[in-house]
Design a protein around this ligand. Structure first.
Ligand code: SF4
Length: 351
């Protein structure tokens, strides 16, 4: 296969393409459903299309679908991590998280990558250690969700219900492709995943948060804070700390007003770096006037960067101190530690 990737085309682009090759408009609708709803990865299986059109599409277009290079399932069978290879050999990670297996309304969340590395250079992140990377296309992002959807079905779930853009890369550094991918995933003739079930996580690129606020979508926004003072943030997240904490919180407030969604602040706890009572006091002070939810996440170990999670007692005390100050705090349970589910770790191990 070669040529334009049809998985990355929205309805009007696909209609235009179909028209340009002299086919009737209804073929675009058929094709869109095959690609976006059913996750087709070859044209020959599209039996309601004439053989001549299938052959033409096979020769002149492509349907990007990454290859699975490695698959690891946690001992609890609630987290699956995949290493995927794209058409040009770039490798990315995708994580499937399964919840409430035995209940009627089970939930399966897919954590997608938006770049095959990251330029933000966060000190605690294995993805930042990859030197060569590029932006993913909308089709490559959609394909990850479709792979996860099939996997979720195979594991007894009713497919993907939620998506988080929290894998490799900074989604707001590839915002056009990210926006297009979520519109494709939300399309009622595609996977039809509600905007409220999609969350974008960013290290805090202020102008892009403001741009997202104007989309008019009710997408969840998670902002990685990890430090409540500018100096420490500068050390931990040099790419993101280009913006001041005041600018960042203003942008979050703006997003809240425009989207109607409460913003979540992610705070990973790194032993001996940002886990002291004085750090909790600064964080409480910073967020006390806002209605931001705080997610506390014990760090995934990254020994080459001196990163370890704190002891359990330190974690609990940190949460307690925030709650005492009236913050809405959630301690995020670690998943998949036995399969290196933190972003960038699996690809790094296989490099
Ligand atoms: S934490 Fe996110 S923004 Fe920071 S380097 Fe890793 S992928 Fe990039």
């Amino acid at each position: 296969m070669s040529g334009i990737d049809l998985r990355g085309l929205n309805k009007s682009e696909l209609a235009e393409y179909i028209k340009s090759i002299g086919e009737p408009a209804y073929r675009a609708k058929q094709l869109f459903r095959h690609i976006q709803k059913h996750g087709a990865d070859d044209f020959q299986s599209m039996s309601d299309l004439p053989e001549s059109l299938r052959s033409y599409l096979s020769e002149n277009t492509s349907l990007v679908m990454p290859k699975i290079i490695d698959q690891q399932t946690s001992a609890a069978e609630d987290t699956v991590k995949l290493l995927l290879e794209l058409a040009d050999g770039e490798r990315i990670e995708m994580v499937l998280m399964l919840y409430e297996r035995w209940q009627a309304h089970n939930r399966a969340t897919c954590c997608v990558s938006s770049q095959s590395g990251c330029a933000m250079n966060c000190r605690f992140c294995a993805t930042a250690l990859h030197e060569h990377f590029r932006n993913l296309t909308a089709g490559e992002i959609v394909a990850q969700v479709q792979i996860a959807d099939k996997l979720a079905y195979d594991m007894g779930f009713a497919g993907i219900t939620n998506i988080v853009y929290m894998g490799m890369g900074e989604p707001l550094a590839n915002l056009d492709a990210v926006k297009k991918s979520l519109e494709l995933l939300n399309d009622e003739d595609g996977m039809n995943i509600g905007m409220r079930r999609i969350t974008i996580s960013t290290c805090g690129i202020v102008p892009k948060i403001r741009e997202m606020a104007l989309w008019g979508y009710q997408i969840g926004l998670a902002v990685s804070l990890h430090a409540a003072d500018q100096q420490l943030r500068q050390k931990l997240m040099p790419g993101a700390a280009h913006y001041s904490l005041d600018e960042l919180l203003d942008a979050c407030k703006y997003y809240r007003e425009k989207s109607g969604r409460r913003v979540t602040a992610e705070y990973a706890l790194f032993a001996g770096i940002n886990d002291q009572p004085s750090d909790a006091a600064k964080l409480a002070n910073l967020l006390t006037e806002s209605d931001i939810l705080v997610n506390i996440i014990p760090a995934n170990p990254l020994p080459e960067a001196g990163i370890q999670p704190p002891e359990e007692a330190v974690i609990n005390n940190f949460c307690h101190l925030l709650e005492e100050k009236g913050l809405n705090v959630q301690l995020r349970r670690k998943r998949g530690a036995d399969i290196q589910a933190a972003c960038g770790q699996l690809r790094r191990r296989q490099a």
